[in-house]
Design a protein around this ligand. Structure first.
Ligand code: BGC
Length: 739
């Protein structure tokens, strides 16, 4: 093979690979270089034999394609890679796919996974997904999505780690590590892609692809840190976003891509555009035509064009006309080739195409077991009046009612990767409950659909409920009701599902409500009247088994929400770490007089239905008084915060203890609280444990109005508790001088 004869230096791997990259680049024509910057979708996201249209196949053979997305399985990736091996320089293709929360084994949606607050588990889920995908010929996932989302109208809130920047950065790191394993070049690791750079989650009105206009301070403070964390964790690629930021499309944004990402952050991977986002700069009204769009994108640092063909169509003439410096093309191509070298594809373009490895990874029982474990830990117990849950395994006749009881596809969510045998593999609630409680003790009625207004199934559902001891009603969103371009202005349970639940509650039977969805929904009447509520998100292949384990008490719920649950859409954007107003809701004026003119809605309570960090357990935890190592600190000090937690209930359980801070007065006003620590502690009934946190001045830093990342001395509140609302508080003073 041509490239095996290229010089290999001995000094160090990075240099060696860069030398090898240069030696390939020297052989390439301008057209071939631009080809490397071109990525196509395969025509059919197929598991059967692949179909790629002849035009694309011919381009691959001519070396005019650098990467193909949406091809999967060893057989298919091999057949397309063989086309690339017919090209003059035989440069291998990269195969990319949206492996968002699993490949063969589907885990809970990323938002649900973040509610475990368990970084090891999150990393392991990405590790398994990476291994399964790598064994099936995939080189590259377009994940993790690290967009902060404070607006549940936005359908893609399901794909991220929620609303908190600090937690989101830790989750970003865990996911990158998981996908990339011990490093690129191992045949069980795939390249990760931090997306969508940047501020895509801040779309106006929660409407996908919409504009974003925000201060650079806010951008740097809230939206960029998870990307920086991903870069620091060695993420191989970054995808830019569809939106404009302050009037400039992210795809054409040099501040983001050149100054920050490739500049001060020192990112050595490449940037891929989002689907046709280069061409869409024309629609935005930024570029006059596709040619100008190609010029803007390449100048701003977008290295690979996903699907718009603008690079292929225009970069060569832009270079020849002197409008684009060929050095920019070289730079992008080097970045892309470097990753191909790091993946080992120049040494063997088929090294991810082992049918044997694919077979071995295919149906691993331990992967399913892990899928169940992480699904159990993603579920949030929102309400459990009179300890209705867990159910007694022996003594109940259970009615399972609702449109999602027998669902399979809905469990794997919007970004599902489906397989022909899915109906045999995805565990519905019905199947999970049958295997734990026995099919002879469960009965079923659909009641209604997830949408529409047809109530004709209510009567039968009520009869089924009346014949049982307890009712479990499974409602929520169908798999296509949250996800890309699945934004909603009305976040109530779709259709007439809330009416169904209320009709069942009015039978007088104890009702347990299961809500499956890709976002926090609004369900005030249910929250008020149901005896027990579990938020089950979309939990993946093992959904039914995980829910049954929770209902039966085989697993005691431990999930806590990483997004705020609103009472009404009008509260959105709604997030716990907001700034204070001068007239906060519920507080007296600084003069001590009760105010009437305050920052309230007059028609609803201002508080959330469930606050960030909230989630119950079958047991109860009692917090002792927090202790601080000191109250007056200098720049070099570490503050130690500890708190005792006791399990005062009847079940063993895991608590996630949370720590928040507040900078009381700063040159740029700081949020009323900000998460800066959490610890999980498992306790048997009657057992106590101590949880310790350590804080330094690094935890106090923020972007000031001159965009400097600094901390300021003064008073800080330290808060500890089970969620962002129920917190005990102490004050410390942090000074710049060292005594
Ligand atoms: C999405 C990306 C995704 C890409 C490829 C786009 O529409 O915004 O997140 O990776 O499609 O499927």
């Amino acid at each position: 093979m041509l490239l095996l004869v290229l010089p290999v230096l001995v000094e160090g791997q990075v240099k060696t690979l860069n030398e090898r990259v240069d030696s390939v680049l020297r052989l390439m024509t301008l057209e071939e270089k631009i080809g490397q910057m071109n990525q196509y979708n395969c025509d059919k996201n197929a598991t059967g034999p692949i179909s790629i249209n002849t035009d694309k196949a011919e381009q691959i053979k001519k070396g005019l394609v650098g990467s193909v997305l949406n091809v999967r399985t060893v057989a298919n990736t091999r057949s397309i890679q063989e086309l690339a091996m017919q090209s003059r320089l035989r440069i291998p293709l990269l195969f990319g796919l949206d492996v968002i929360h699993g490949y063969r084994t589907i885990f809970p949606i990323p938002l649900a996974e973040s509610c475990t607050w368990d970084l090891d588990l999150i990393e392991k889920a990405a590790r398994i997904a990476g291994k399964e995908a790598a064994s099936s010929g995939i080189h590259w996932t377009f994940a993790p999505m690290v967009d902060i989302a404070r607006d549940p109208r936005w359908g893609r809130i399901m794909e991220g780690a929620g609303e908190d920047t600090w937690l989101g950065s830790l989750v970003a790191t865990a996911r990158v590590r998981g996908f990339q394993g011990k490093g690129l070049g191992n045949t069980d690791a795939i390249m990760a892609c931090a997306k969508h750079f940047a501020a895509y989650g801040a779309a106006e009105g929660g409407r996908d692809y919409n504009s974003v206009d925000m201060s650079l301070k806010q951008l740097n403070q809230v939206y960029l840190p998870p990307f920086k964390a991903a870069v620091d964790a060695g993420v191989a690629t970054v995808m830019n976003s569809f939106n404009t930021i302050n009037g400039v499309p992210a795809t054409g944004n040099s501040y983001l891509q050149r100054d920050l990402l490739k500049g001060s952050w020192d990112f050595n991977g490449f940037v891929v555009s989002d689907w046709e986002s280069i061409g869409e700069m024309v629609t935005h009204g930024y570029a006059r035509d596709r040619k100008e769009a190609a010029m803007f994108a390449v100048k701003a640092g977008s290295d690979m064009d996903m699907q718009s063909r603008c690079y292929l169509d225009y970069l060569e003439s832009l270079v020849k006309e002197g409008k684009v410096d060929e050095k920019l093309i070289d730079e992008s191509v080097k970045r892309i080739l470097l990753k191909k070298f790091e993946m080992g594809l120049f040494d063997d373009p088929f090294r991810f195409c082992s049918a044997e490895r694919e077979k071995n990874e295919w149906n691993k029982p331990e992967n399913l077991e892990f899928a169940r474990e992480i699904a159990e830990k993603s579920i949030i117990l929102l309400k459990n009046d009179k300890n209705l849950l867990p159910l007694n395994k022996k003594s109940v006749r259970i009615a399972l009612i609702g449109p999602l009881v027998k669902s399979q596809t809905d469990n794997i969510g919007f970004w599902n990767i489906s397989w022909p045998d899915d109906s045999l593999r995805i565990i519905s609630l019905w199947d999970g409950m049958g295997s734990v409680f026995g099919f002879d003790r469960i009965s079923y009625s659909k009641g209604c659909e997830t949408d529409g207004t047809d109530k004709s199934g209510f009567d039968e559902a009520i009869k089924t409920a009346q014949r049982s001891d307890v009712v479990i009603v499974s409602v929520g969103e169908r798999f296509d009701m949250s996800g890309e371009a699945k934004c909603r202005s009305d976040l109530h349970l779709p259709g007439i599902q809330e009416d169904l639940v209320m009709a069942l509650i009015s039978t007088g039977k104890p009702v347990i409500v299961l809500i499956s969805a890709g976002r926090p929904l609004i369900f005030n009447r249910i929250a008020e009247s149901a005896q027990a509520i579990l938020y089950t998100w979309w939990l993946g292949t093992e959904a039914g088994n995980a829910i049954a384990a929770i209902l039966s008490g085989d697993y005691n719920p431990s999930g806590k929400t990483t997004v705020t649950f609103p009472r009404a859409e009008g509260q959105i954007p709604f997030y716990y770490n907001h700034l204070n107003t001068g007239r906060p809701a519920g507080e007296k004026a600084i003069s001590g007089i009760t105010r009437t003119y305050k920052s309230n809605y007059i028609d609803i309570q201002s508080s959330p239905l469930y606050p960030f960090g909230y989630g119950l357990s079958y047991t109860s935890f009692k917090y002792g008084k927090m202790t601080l190592s000191k109250n007056n600190l200098d720049s070099k000090d570490t503050l130690e915060v500890s708190v005792a937690v006791k399990n005062v209930g009847r079940y063993a359980g895991e608590e996630t203890v949370q720590l928040y801070i507040r900078d009381v007065a700063a040159s740029s006003v700081r949020p009323i609280k900000e998460l800066r620590g959490f610890k999980k502690i498992m306790l048997d009934p009657g057992e106590s444990g101590k949880v310790k946190f350590r804080l330094t001045v690094d935890d106090l830093k923020f972007y000031n109005n001159d965009l400097q990342y600094i901390w300021e001395e003064g008073e800080f509140r330290i808060m500890v508790g089970p969620n962002s609302d129920e917190l005990q508080e102490e004050t410390v003073f942090w000074k710049k001088i060292c005594r």
